[in-house]
Design a protein around this ligand. Structure first.
Ligand SMILES: O=C(O)c1ccccc1NCC(=O)[C@H](O)[C@H](O)COP(=O)(O)O
Length: 213
């Protein structure tokens, strides 16, 4: 089966087109002011309109209040909303009742206990995204998670792997975890927030080569 590829933290049309050309399946737009990849809702909505249909648009929010969440979903109309903070299952359930967007929950993967605690999100998230635990920023830090934690875990919900992935380590990450989706941000940048089209192409090529092997 083809591995899904999300290129996160895009902020211009050229990078989106590069992701489409390289064969990515999802792009991420980060709406979080502290991030070097932050895009305003106006820009996110404009980029969403110009995104080729081969790509699903994922809007990232971090502990956004109800008013901002509602505004963001109405303005951007993403295919997926990714919650990347300490949002509760109750909050996700409420969003699900008011939105048709797919819901993803990012999880800072610290140890085995993190995986045991996932049950509280059963039925309220369409996908878990396992990322490095939050640091100064909750995501986009380029920090690898311990892949071995995922290698024999029986997943009951669709999931994806994020955190410190790059063109030169994604093959090993896939061999170890068999992730159905991989997510990358800083590993395909030349500077924080600046996407590199050659790195995007190399990342996607490495994933497609793994798929074919
Ligand atoms: O990318 C950010 O700046 C960001 C800021 C706040 C919350 C989430 C953020 N990114 C979320 C993502 O899905 C990233 O792709 C993921 O954390 C992996 O990032 P990286 O380790 O840099 O590849």
């Amino acid at each position: 089966m083809q591995t899904l590829i999300k290129i996160c933290g895009l902020s211009n049309e050229a990078a989106i087109n590069a992701a489409a050309k390289a064969g990515a399946t999802h792009i991420g737009l980060v709406h979080f002011e502290k991030s070097p990849r932050h895009v305003s809702l106006e820009l996110a909505a404009a980029l969403r309109m110009r995104t080729p249909p081969s790509l699903k648009v994922v809007l990232l929010l971090v502990n956004a209040d109800p008013e901002l969440t509602d505004k963001a979903l109405n303005m951007v109309r993403p295919d997926v909303v990714q919650f990347h903070g300490t949002e509760t299952p109750e909050w996700l359930k409420l969003v699900r009742e008011h939105s048709e967007a797919e819901i993803w929950k990012a999880i800072g993967l610290k140890d085995r206990q993190t995986l045991v605690n996932l049950d509280r999100f059963a039925g309220v998230t369409d996908r878990f995204l396992f990322d490095a635990p939050a640091q100064a920023l909750p995501g986009g830090t380029g920090t690898r998670v311990d892949w071995s934690l995922l290698s024999h875990f029986e997943h009951r919900t669709p999931w994806g792997l994020a955190g410190g992935l790059a063109p030169d380590n994604v093959t090993e990450a896939l061999r170890t975890t068999r992730a159905p989706l991989v997510d990358v941000s800083s590993g395909v940048e030349s500077a924080p927030g600046v996407k590199d089209v050659d790195k995007i192409a190399a990342f996607c090529q490495a994933v497609r080569d793994y798929d074919k092997a």
